[in-house]
Write a protein that binds this ligand. Structure first.
Ligand code: SF4
Length: 240
């Protein structure tokens, strides 16, 4: 799969995000692809492009139980506005929550474990049936994403980041052109929006993701890292 990812990357160097999505959804992974969305500050652009190609594409939303109420309302508004037909709420396992986070305070004690229970484990279960999934990650979002590829191999599966090479100005222009609904918290300075206990607004000059897990060394929840691959293997889903 690594070789295939490199081949796709090389052959799609001049493709637009819309062309990449259309080819992935209608040809390369037809019927075997989903999109993962946080319904955050910039999610509308990718979801709008996907709805234009196939509004029945499965949209996986990790409902961690710790989202801002505004995010849950925006999820509903955006899905209705774009005509998304298959938004799936992906929940943590009740048993794990009961055993390891009975009071909902794990994020204050062990953020990595909290993210594993509420994001990584549910994400692995959600993507296991698919051959590929798309994300809205971009290179400009943070120094740690500066070399993000459009096509990434994740074990025997493909992760596709159609917007990887787009800049903030491209997203803004697209959103304005299509009059896309804005996440309510962006007006309060939130530029990357995750769970409420681990997200703060971003200040002038900071990275877009500086408000995520601020004050800790954590920069990613883990759903895009190797822990997901390990979990897929543990689920026995590595060869599907
Ligand atoms: Fe828990 Fe925070 Fe991770 Fe959400 S972002 S799963 S609250 S540690």
């Amino acid at each position: 799969m690594q070789a295939l990812a490199r081949l796709y990357e090389a052959s799609h160097g001049a493709s637009t995000p819309q062309e990449i999505i259309a080819q992935a959804v209608q040809e390369l992974f037809a019927g075997r692809i989903a999109v993962v969305s946080s319904f955050g500050a910039e999610s509308a652009v990718l979801l709008h492009m996907i709805a234009a190609v196939d509004p029945a594409t499965p949209v996986l939303f990790l409902d961690t139980g710790r989202h801002f109420r505004a995010t849950l309302e925006y999820r509903k508004t955006l899905a209705e506005r774009l005509g998304l037909q298959n938004v799936q709420d992906i929940l943590p396992l009740g048993e794990m929550l009961k055993k390891e986070d009975p009071f909902g305070a794990l994020s204050m004690i062990d953020k990595d474990r909290c993210c594993f229970i509420r994001k990584v484990e549910p994400m692995a279960r959600a993507v296991a049936p698919f051959a590929a999934w798309m994300t809205g990650r971009k290179q400009f979002q943070a120094a740690t994403r500066a070399t993000l590829a459009v096509f990434e191999a994740v074990g025997p599966r493909m992760r596709i980041n159609p917007l990887a090479r787009w800049q903030a100005a491209d997203l803004k222009a697209y959103a304005e052109q299509h009059d896309l609904p804005v996440h309510p918290l962006t007006a309060e300075g939130y530029r990357s929006i995750g769970c409420m206990p681990c997200t703060r607004p971003v200040y002038e000059g900071e990275d877009q993701r500086a408000g995520r897990w601020a004050g800790s060394e954590k920069t990613e929840c883990g759903i895009h890292l190797s822990g997901l691959t390990d979990r897929l293997k543990n689920l026995g889903a590595s060869d599907q």
